[in-house]
Design a protein around this ligand. Structure first.
Ligand code: ZN
Ligand code: FE
Length: 237
């Protein structure tokens, strides 16, 4: 099982989330998607941690810019998609689609989800019921298609939809407010969406991250996940 700490980075500009993951059995820890280093180092010091790994969902700078500094500071190993080996700074360990990575005794399954970028992966920890979605899935929205096509993204969305309902998801950015207006426009009469938006507003008012929420809610309220066919999905673009 992993314990997860959410760290807000690039606040006010891109509102990135980095995550600190700790394997409870061994104390082995990792930083996922360090877009900058300051708030992450501060949190690691608070927790008394020396992360052994840096995990990346994809190559974009706002997910990897902290790689090299953290790698040097903690003598950590950088783990990312083999497909992106040429563009992930400092990569040491390459993972493949349908492969796995052990953080101490916690196993992550690697799921390729091309669309936002061609090499984008999900980090899925089935035992901990947690999935880190980077810029593939945000609250009530999905990531922009920088390198892939909508058809490719639909295949990736199907993979997310196949994960258990009680999986909590951890996105790469705080984009719930934008996602909410998009979702409300597409699903004006979904009572669960109204509840979702209320929960999000309450969390935001308390200065808390909106994530994590269960995929069950996302499958119901996120128009991209709710689409029942490729045809319905493509209409959203
Ligand atoms: Zn990105
Ligand atoms: Fe991003």
């Amino acid at each position: 099982m992993i314990k997860i700490h959410t760290v807000l980075c690039r606040e006010g500009t891109m509102d990135n989330y980095a995550y600190i993951l700790i394997d409870e059995a061994t104390g082995t820890s990792a930083v996922l998607d360090p877009s900058e280093t300051k708030p992450i180092i501060k949190k690691c010091e608070e927790l008394g941690l020396k992360p052994a790994y840096i995990l990346n969902t994809h190559h974009h700078f706002d997910h990897t810019e902290g790689n090299l500094e953290l790698k040097e500071k903690y003598a950590a190993k950088v783990v990312g998609a083999a497909k992106d080996a040429h563009r992930i700074p400092g990569i040491d360990i390459m993972v493949e689609d349908k492969g796995s990575f052990d953080l101490g005794k916690s196993r992550a399954e690697i799921i390729a989800v091309p669309g936002h970028t061609t090499g984008h992966i999900l980090w899925y920890f089935p035992e901990s019921k947690a999935v880190f979605t980077g810029d593939m899935l945000f609250n009530l929205c999905i990531g922009g298609l920088f390198e892939g096509s909508p058809r490719q993204m639909w295949q990736s969305v199907l993979k997310i939809k196949s994960l258990p309902d009680d999986t909590l998801f951890y996105p790469g950015h705080e984009y719930t407010a934008q996602g909410a207006s998009f979702a409300k426009y597409n699903l004006p009469n979904e009572p669960e969406l109204d509840k979702y938006i209320l929960i999000a507003q309450q969390k935001a008012a308390q200065g808390q991250p909106v994530c994590p929420l269960p995929l069950k809610l996302e499958k119901l309220c996120n128009p991209y996940l709710r689409a029942r066919s490729e045809e319905e999905f493509l209409k959203l673009f």
